[in-house]
Design a protein around this ligand. Structure first.
Ligand SMILES: [Fe+2]
Ligand SMILES: [Fe+2]
Length: 178
């Protein structure tokens, strides 16, 4: 069921349990989430019983983490990059940000459609595969292009504690999840 944690009520969302550290950067936080999101997709793909309750729980955890991650990422990271693109009149960066928002929108749509299908059914597995592939492409682009753009404009972003803002925003989404 949506919002419930995994088997025995113990959440598998490792990154959420990590205490914020003073030195941790926004890039490390985003990368940790990305890895965890892809791990969920792989566990679902490789499970030997797609119709099991365990797979349904894995999807529930994936949906929760992916939603909290993308919302916090938009609020904090994408908006900071958008500000940078305006400051430097960088239309390529602005386009990259718009494209990233669109990819999030697509993932959100896939998650919603998945919720209406029988977990583990063939149509459900097909849609999970498309979500997984979309995520792989999106994450690669984010870590290669967007991280690079943000690091180049680091001086302009310097006054903002993006890591802290991201964690706060993400935790608020996780806490409100039901
Ligand atoms: Fe991301
Ligand atoms: Fe993203």
């Amino acid at each position: 069921m949506e919002g419930q944690s995994s088997v025995n009520g113990v959440s598998e969302l490792k990154s959420w349990r990590q205490p914020p550290s003073a030195e941790i950067t926004i890039y490390e936080l985003l990368k940790t989430d990305h890895q965890e999101i892809l791990d969920f997709c792989e566990k679902i793909r490789d499970h030997d019983d797609p119709r099991s309750a365990e797979v349904a729980d894995l999807f529930s955890d994936l949906k929760k983490l992916l939603t909290a991650h993308t919302k916090a990422e938009e609020m904090v990271f994408y908006n900071a990059l958008h500000d940078l693109s305006i400051e430097f009149q960088d239309d390529d960066l602005r386009f990259d940000v718009v494209e990233s928002f669109e990819e999030h929108h697509l993932m959100e749509q896939l998650l919603r459609e998945l919720s209406f299908l029988d977990s583990g059914s063939l149509p459900w597995m097909g849609k999970v595969k498309v979500l997984h592939e979309t995520l792989e492409r999106h994450i690669t682009r984010e870590e290669q292009d967007l991280f690079h753009e943000a690091q180049q404009g680091a001086e302009s972003l310097g006054g903002r504690s993006l890591a802290e803002e991201f964690l706060e925003e993400k935790e608020a989404w996780m806490a409100d999840w039901h």
